[in-house]
Design a protein around this ligand. Structure first.
Ligand code: GDP
Ligand code: MG
Length: 439
């Protein structure tokens, strides 16, 4: 998915003008990429429509950096698709909090039960009891007990001759007695969805009234995960999802679809076989990972920075007409300060990214303070008409700002260079846009 999108995004990212055709082309790529990542086709269809609508909307087309805005929309919608924000595991008002782990065989229920127990102890300072209620799979009870021993955490078991409903009920009683504040019930799975399994889970649910029913889903199963999640949710009513084996799945399709079809939050992600390989699920990080753009977040942050659009537009206009004053220069410097090197700022301005020799225009940030002092020592007239700054004025400015005449000269030169560059730029974009440039 990542590679596929990268090219399209690269193309669109630096561009100042995004047409509807661009958005269409981009969304075609996004669509293919998501389908390739094994995202459910209905989910893809809705996603693409949502993004298209927003991306061709006023807010994006009229913005200063439409290319980045489109990326931002894709990223936001992708995040929304996986849940707006991270969601926490339930805490019951009366102890113990009961958590049921459900899912198909091999999904990672038993492993995740142990991972979660350790997580709750380590991060939330809780005392969980694990309950072995899978009486069908040979050695399932032993597996959980071994994990318990490894972690030095208690495991409740009654062998495999007792019904899972009874085991679950008794485990909650046991937890109360021992003042354990969580019970994690590891249930049985089947290779495929079937009624017997579902009936049994419904019975356990009715018996223990869990605060949380976590569906454990193997991320590698892609599309199948959707059907699994849909049935479990319909028949049992889940409260959240744990996606396992994300370490083996670079596509991330399951994450997108599962949330979309169940509308239940993905709460945790399993990222390895080891007990500590459990992470709180962050939708926005997953979205970036799926988009595969390492710099996407910073890019977006910068796009957000340009929210001060009126100012930015005014600046753009001045740059085009090259009637920049030292006041603008100062304002620009202030913005640069909060953002990084000047060349990056210029990169955000349509067309400027392609300028050759831009690096020479870079302002050494350590010098910004001095530059600021110099500009502040200028009179109003000097700021708007730097040409009048003669030798005696330079001396006065240097003295007033605690700098040298050389510093003042250097700044004046930089300012001239910048203006020249802007003239160049503006004629460049005039050429490109054929007549629209002289606005
Ligand atoms: P259950 O049948 O649902 O209880 O599944 P298990 O907990 O027994 O796990 C099945 C297999 O998946 C085991 O070999 C686990 O080590 C492995 N597994 C579980 N979670 C993860 C994960 O997040 N990453 C990887 N790579 N393997 C996992
Ligand atoms: Mg198991």
């Amino acid at each position: 998915l990542a590679e596929r999108l990268q090219g399209t995004f690269d193309k669109i990212k630096s561009r100042g003008v995004v047409t509807e055709a661009d958005v269409k082309e981009m969304m075609r790529e996004v669509r293919l990429a998501l389908l390739e990542a094994d995202v459910n086709f209905k989910v893809v269809k809705k996603f693409v429509n949502d993004v298209k609508e927003r991306a061709t909307g006023q807010e994006v087309m009229k913005s200063l950096t439409p290319g980045q805005q489109v990326i931002k929309v894709v990223n936001e919608e992708l995040t929304n698709l996986m849940g707006k924000e991270q969601s926490k595991i339930a805490v019951s008002s009366k102890s113990p909090t009961v958590v049921m782990m459900v899912g198909l065989q091999g999904a990672g229920k038993t492993t995740t039960t142990a991972k979660l127990a350790q997580f709750l102890r380590k991060k939330n300072n809780r005392k969980p009891l694990m309950a072995a209620a899978d009486v069908y799979r040979p050695a399932a009870i032993k597996q959980l007990e071994t994990l318990g021993t490894e972690l030095s955490m208690p495991v409740f078991s009654m062998g495999d001759q007792v019904s899972p409903v009874e085991i679950a009920t008794r485990s909650v009683e046991q937890a109360k007695e021992d003042h354990q504040d969580y019970v994690l019930i590891d249930t049985a799975g089947r290779l495929h969805l079937d009624e017997t399994l579902m009936d049994e889970l419904v019975n356990i649910k009715e018996a223990v009234n869990p605060d949380e029913i976590l569906l454990v889903v193997d991320a590698m199963t892609g599309q199948d995960a959707v059907n699994v999640a849909e049935s479990f949710n319909e028949q049992l009513g889940i409260t959240g999802v744990v996606l396992t084996k994300l370490d083996g799945d670079t596509r991330g399709g399951a994450a997108i679809s599962v949330k979309a079809v169940t509308d239940k939050p993905i709460k945790f992600a399993g990222t390895g076989e080891k007990i500590d390989a459990l992470e709180v699920f962050h939708p926005e990080r997953m979205a970036s990972r799926i988009l595969g753009m390492g710099d996407v977040l910073s890019l977006i942050e910068k796009a957000e920075f340009s929210v001060d659009e009126e100012k930015a537009k005014e600046m753009e206009r001045k740059m085009r007409t090259a009637d920049l004053t030292f006041d603008d220069f100062l304002e620009q410097l202030e913005q640069v300060r909060g953002m990084g090197p000047l060349d990056e700022l210029l990169n955000m301005i349509p067309g400027a990214g392609k300028m050759k020799g831009l690096k020479n225009a870079q302002v050494d940030e350590s010098q910004i303070g001095r530059v600021e002092a110099i500009v502040r020592s200028m009179t109003k007239k000097e700021k708007s008409e730097p040409a009048i700054i003669n030798a005696s004025r330079k001396r006065r400015i240097a003295k007033g700002s605690g700098t040298t005449i050389q510093d003042v000269n250097r700044l004046l030169k930089q300012f001239e260079d910048m203006k020249k560059m802007m003239k160049q730029m503006s004629s460049m974009s005039k050429g490109k846009k054929k007549g629209k440039g002289n606005m």
